[in-house]
Design a protein around this ligand. Structure first.
Ligand code: CMC
Length: 438
């Protein structure tokens, strides 16, 4: 260490009051972010566990994929700022980056692109699953079911210790999610399924499968393709969030990747997570008019109402969500391209945002618009029904989930996920026959 460098603390000590027990915890340093105390020997040394509902203070793994600084509004994929990737990169390039750690050169990208596009079609028998779903099934239910069932078609995917099998499963998931998602939509509106087109980009192929019909020629729209690609990039990964942690937890048992991603899709569905963009639109619809905003804000602030301002607040971002800024800009581009001048929902959203950002309740709690505040409006303008918002998020996040799953399997420190608990139930008691109970 040079004389100018500040000494980095290497240990923290925990002493248990009134006893002679203590634990010396190594402090681990990452490349960025605060140090973390390694508590793996805490119970052995001091006889205690830690209590952290929601795991907000706990690093559950070591990861090299995504970094977030919630106070500064920073999001990096493999070190690259999200705004640079959203502006200059493409979704498939980002997928490569997340999976392998570096941006690809031309030859690497070509091989990767071919690897993905060779897997875009579904096994024809998977198509028959749709007949078992009700037409009004939520597409997230369809995604969960079909992705989980894919392991039945690729039995070699259970060889999770085989690097080649892991990679093929990753390719299959990234390649087939757009097809599954688009078919979930087509089924709900009774239109024919459109087979993937490998001559189109990842984002455009998805738009094609969603919006085209066999009877009409498909019309390309580079602005909408770019917007879709950007939406996918912004949602591709987000560190150890609820669904990613679910994928890792399921994967820690040795479950196959299709089962793990299906678990992640299930976790993403909730309105506090991926379901928020759908909930934003529902909320805006319910508010209906600018004149109703004050009453709605009062309801949100009332502790007994359980109403939240959807699209606001984040577990990690306590300053601003960098994705929200890019999404806002994309939102204007899309509305402009589509010639939507006065979009009442956007006007309502802007007014709501303005009022909330000035309100002491939101300011003091550091609640800012998150990525979902705008994504719903863009997707609605692009013609997506609200029920398709979360599936689209799942399609983008599959890349992050599978990269995180691969990293976990390759991590020598990986163990089965098995949190502890603070038990507050009945102490040990003896069984009493029914006639003897009070
Ligand atoms: N509207 C009103 N109050 C809120 C909101 C909100 N959207 N979010 C948090 N609060 C309040 C909360 O009631 C609490 O108040 P108090 O201190 O008086 O009890 C305070 O702010 C701190 O909230 P918290 O519940 O401790 O925050 P959290 O970090 O546990 O929750 C969250 C994060 C995202 C679940 C929450 O902000 C929320 O439910 N937001 C709305 C749903 C949403 O937009 N989710 C999308 C997240 S971004 C996409 C993704 O990555 O999944």
């Amino acid at each position: 260490m040079s004389s100018t460098e500040a000494a980095v603390p290497r240990h923290a000590t925990i002493t248990i009051e009134g006893t002679n027990k203590s634990a010396t915890l190594p402090l681990l340093s990452g490349t960025l972010g605060p140090q973390v105390a390694d508590i793996r020997k805490l119970q052995a040394q001091a006889g205690i566990f830690t209590f952290d509902p929601g795991y907000g203070e706990t690093a559950s793994c070591e990861s090299k994929i995504t970094y977030i600084d919630g106070d500064e509004g920073v999001l990096l994929y493999r070190g690259y700022p999200i705004d640079q990737l959203a502006e200059k990169s493409t979704f498939l390039e980002v997928a490569y980056l997340l999976m392998y750690g570096d941006l690809p050169n031309n030859a690497e990208f070509e091989t990767f692109n071919r690897g993905i596009t060779m897997h875009t079609m579904l096994h024809e028998q998977i198509r028959r699953f749709w007949e078992g779903f009700r037409r009004d099934a939520h597409p997230m239910a369809v995604l969960c079911g079909v992705v989980g069932a894919m392991s039945a078609f690729y039995p070699d995917s259970i060889k999770i210790n085989d690097a080649h099998e892991r990679e093929v499963s990753a390719f299959r998931l990234i390649a087939k999610l757009p097809t599954i998602t688009a078919w979930a939509y087509k089924y709900s509106i009774g239109q024919p399924f459109m087979y993937p087109r490998n001559d189109l980009s990842y984002a455009e192929n998805f738009l094609y499968m969603m919006n085209s019909v066999p009877a009409e020629p498909y019309r390309k729209n580079p602005i909408l393709e770019r917007a879709m690609d950007r939406i996918l990039i912004l949602h591709a990964d987000h560190e150890q969030n609820a669904s990613t942690s679910t994928v890792r937890l399921a994967g820690s048992t040795g479950a196959n990747p299709f089962a793990c991603i299906a678990a992640g899709i299930a976790a993403l569905w909730g309105p506090a997570h991926g379901g928020a963009n759908e909930a934003v639109l529902k909320m805006l619809g319910e508010i209906g008019d600018k004149k109703n905003i004050p009453a709605f804000i009062s309801e949100v602030k009332d502790k007994n109402s359980h109403t939240k301002l959807m699209g606001f607040g984040h577990r990690v971002y306590k300053n601003f969500d960098p994705r929200a800024k890019i999404m806002q800009q994309t939102c204007y581009e899309v509305l402009d391209e589509l010639g939507i001048k006065n979009e009442p929902l956007l006007d309502l959203a802007m007014e709501l945002e303005k009022i909330a950002l000035d309100d002491e309740y939101f300011v003091s709690r550091k609640l800012y618009p998150n990525v979902d505040f705008y994504s719903g409006i863009i997707l609605k303008a692009m013609g997506f029904p609200t029920t398709m918002f979360t599936p689209l998020f799942a399609l983008a996040r599959t890349t992050g989930w599978i990269s995180q799953w691969m990293e976990m399997i390759e991590d020598p420190q990986q163990r089965i996920g098995r949190p502890r608990q603070l038990y507050t139930g009945a102490p040990k008691r003896d069984y009493v026959a029914i006639g003897g109970r009070e």
